[in-house]
Design a protein around this ligand. Sequence first.
Ligand SMILES: *Cc1c(COP(=O)(O)O)cnc(C)c1O
Length: 366
Amino acid sequence: MPRPIQATIHQPALRSNLARVRAAAPDAKVWAVVKANAYGHGIERAFEGLRGADGFALLDLLEAERVRALGWRGPILLLEGVFEARDLELCSRLGLWHAIHSDEQIDMLAAHKTQVPHRVFLKMNSGMNRLGFTPQRYRSAWTRLDALPQVEEISLMTHFSDADGARGIGHQVRVFLEATRDLPGERSLCNSAATLRHAGQSEVRGDWVRPGIAVYGSAPDYPENDAAHWKLQPTMTLATRILGVQQLQAGDTVGYGSSFTADGPTRVGIVACGYADGYPRHCTTGTPVLVEGVRTRLLGRVSMDMIAVDLGPVPQAGFDSEVTMWGRASNGAILSIDEVAQSAGTLGYELMCALAQRVPVVVDED
Ligand SMILES: *Cc1c(COP(=O)(O)O)cnc(C)c1O
């Protein structure tokens, strides 16, 4: 028997979240961002839920090949563009669209021999200071690209640093609009947070939005807003079972380092899930967990293969009871991955992406 832990990918939830994002950006086309193996969900498993998107955006050429292998003939965008000259051959062969963020990438394209001119997304660094041309250098990059026979169409793209927070996007939007005012081409600005919070304004919405995390059911601006606020559904459930029960008395401790001490009689469930499954070791006593769909809490430290949970709120639970680490329990109760991530001082993004290889994954199709 394998360990009882299992992850489930919910295709209907992916579909529903995609519809939510569409509603937030009416008339815009939607790139479903599937980088990092569809945020840990698995590209092949997520694909069926996301095939209603207008295109797939990712970074890794091997992942682009996997999307084509699924039979997707629509747009695929390489968000970081190519890394070396021969990557352009794959772009030509598979019809991949690619970001251009550097002079080196323009040089490679100028030297590339191809029968099929490329669609490129010229990236502006409007203040994030990660990738892209500064506003001052953007126009000359555009002019250079426009003169290349290898280029069929140029779209304009930028990325926000604070779409989820207090600083917001205004300063970057102004820079982008000013520097692109008289340039032709489709525009793409919004990640999930910008799509949900700011895409009501048409100049921010542009022609393409690029949501990732919202499609995977996580609130991009948690804890200011949660997934329920945005009507997003969990797309990944990590579930397991209780494999042992301990009865503690006042003064007894649990687990490594004895970090939890019982202040009275406490029934403790030992759960088959640990940091080697991708559950964050930074979670401490109090982190929410569902046992038989009832909310309770983690006790003490996370071990490699096990955690302990308080069975106080679920006295009927015992050996083999269902435990939901995040996602949806059998009784329909939901534990948001954002809440668990916050307990570990991180984001839902990191937890999804870190689901361990050893966890078996099943797909829920309906
Ligand atoms: C990852 C990424 C996105 C999606 O971001 P989310 O916050 O997950 O919506 C959009 N655009 C670019 C350029 C990205 O790298």
